[in-house]
Design a protein around this ligand. Structure first.
Ligand code: NAP
Length: 307
C-alpha cells in the first residue's frame, strides 16, 4: 500500500515527488509514456527562474528527478492504463499490474495534437513529427514545414532554422495565437516563410514511406497546390492524458481535469498537477508550482486522517 502515487514525471510530477519525498511519504512516481514530460522535448528553457543563462529542458527535468530521488522518491517505468478511484484504497493498473494507494496525484500532462490525416498518421516517424527538438537534426540542408499559429509553432520553426534551408509555417488563419515576441522573431527570420489562411489536406508520399511534400488548400480562394518538403512538423496544441480517468474524476469537454480548488479533483484524495488540468498557463514553472500544491494537499489530507 502506497501513501501516494504520482502519475507522470514532468515538471509537475517531479516537483510533487520532491515535496512528498521530503515529507517522508515515500512517493512512487509512474514515469508515463513520455518520461520527463514536455520539458524533455524542448531545448533551451530561458524562463525558469534561477537559471540566468537558461537550462536545457531535459537537463532541468532530470535534475528535478534526481532531487526527488535524493529524498527517497521511487520511479518506475510504465503507464497507468486503468484506474479505480471509486473507493479507497485507490487502485491503479500499471501496464497490467494493479497497485493500491491512499492518495493519487495525476500529473500525466498533455500530448501533442495531430491533424488526423491518414497520410500524416502513416508517416509519423518517417518525416512527420510533433517534436522539432527530437527530429530537427535529421533535416540539415532540407526543407521543412511547420503547421500551427501558436507559440509552439514559432518555437519549432525557429529551432528548425538551425538545420533546414527553409521553414514554411502553415496556419489556417491570418491571426496568430503566438505571443508577439515569438511571432516577430519568426517573421524576422530569413529562413522562415508564412503561408496563412491555408490548411494541409494530405501529406505525401505514403507509397514511398517518407515525406516528399504536402497538398495545401487556401481557405480564402479554395486554390490548391503541392509543396515539396522533406519534413513535416505538427505544432497545433495538445490533448490531456486523461484516458484512464474517464468516468473516475470529473473531466471537461476537452478531457482536462476539472479543478475543485487548489489541486483538488472531484474525488477526495485524488489531486491534479500541471498540464493535465491547466489549459491556460502550461509553463514549466506553473506546472512545478502545481506539483507543489498537490503535494501539500496530499500531506494535509493524510494528516487529517491521522496517517
Ligand atoms: P496553441 O496556443 O493552442 O496554438 C495552437 C495552434 O494550432 C493555433 O494557432 C491553432 O489555430 C492551430 N490549430 C489547432 N488545431 C488545428 C488543426 N486541426 N488544424 C490546423 N491548425 C490547428 O498551442 P501551442 O502553440 O502548443 O501553445 C500552448 C501554450 O504553451 C500557449 O499558452 C503558449 O503560449 C505556450 N508555449 C509557450 C512557449 C514559449 O513561451 N517559449 C513555447 C511553446 C508554447 P487557431 O489559432 O486558428 O485556433
Amino acid at each position: 500500500m502506497r501513501n501516494v502515487v504520482i502519475i507522470g514525471s514532468g515538471c509537475a510530477g517531479n516537483t510533487a515527488a520532491i515535496y512528498t519525498a521530503r515529507a517522508n511519504l515515500k512517493p512512487l512516481v509512474v514515469g508515463g509514456h513520455e518520461p520527463g514530460g514536455q520539458l524533455s522535448l524542448t531545448s533551451l528553457v530561458e524562463n525558469f527562474p534561477g537559471f540566468p543563462e537558461g537550462i536545457h529542458g531535459p537537463e532541468l527535468v532530470e535534475n528535478m528527478k534526481r532531487q526527488a530521488q535524493n529524498f527517497g522518491a521511487e520511479y518506475i517505468h510504465g503507464s497507468v492504463i486503468e484506474a479505480d478511484l471509486s473507493r479507497r484504497p485507490f487502485r491503479l493498473n500499471i501496464d497490467g499490474e494493479w497497485i493500491e494507494t491512499l492518495t493519487v496525484i495525476i500529473a500525466s500532462g498533455a500530448s501533442a495534437r495531430w491533424l488526423g490525416l491518414e497520410s500524416e498518421q502513416k508517416l509519423i516517424g518517417h518525416g512527420v513529427s510533433s517534436c522539432a527538438t527530437c527530429d530537427g537534426f535529421f533535416y540539415r540542408g532540407k526543407k521543412v514545414m511547420v503547421v500551427g499559429g501558436g507559440d509552439s509553432a514559432m518555437e519549432e520553426a525557429l529551432f528548425l532554422t538551425r538545420f533546414a534551408t527553409e521553414v514554411a509555417i502553415v496556419h489556417r488563419r491570418d491571426q496568430f495565437r503566438a505571443s508577439k515576441i515569438m511571432l516577430e522573431r519568426a517573421q524576422a527570420h530569413p529562413k522562415i516563410i508564412f503561408i496563412t489562411n491555408t490548411v494541409v489536406d494530405e501529406v505525401y508520399d505514403v507509397n514511398k514511406g517518407y515525406v516528399t511534400g504536402v497538398k495545401l488548400r487556401n481557405l480564402a480562394t479554395g486554390e490548391e497546390c503541392i509543396r515539396e518538403v522533406d519534413g513535416f512538423f505538427v505544432a497545433i496544441g495538445h490533448i490531456p492524458n486523461t484516458k484512464p480517468f474517464v468516468g473516475q474524476v470529473d473531466l471537461d469537454a476537452d478531457g482536462y481535469i476539472v479543478s475543485y480548488g487548489g489541486a483538488r479533483t472531484s474525488v477526495p484524495g485524488v489531486f491534479h498537477a500541471g498540464d493535465v488540468q491547466d489549459r491556460v498557463y502550461r509553463q514549466a514553472i506553473t506546472a512545478a508550482g502545481a506539483g507543489c500544491m498537490a503535494a501539500l494537499e496530499v500531506e494535509r489530507f493524510l494528516e487529517a486522517e491521522g496517517r
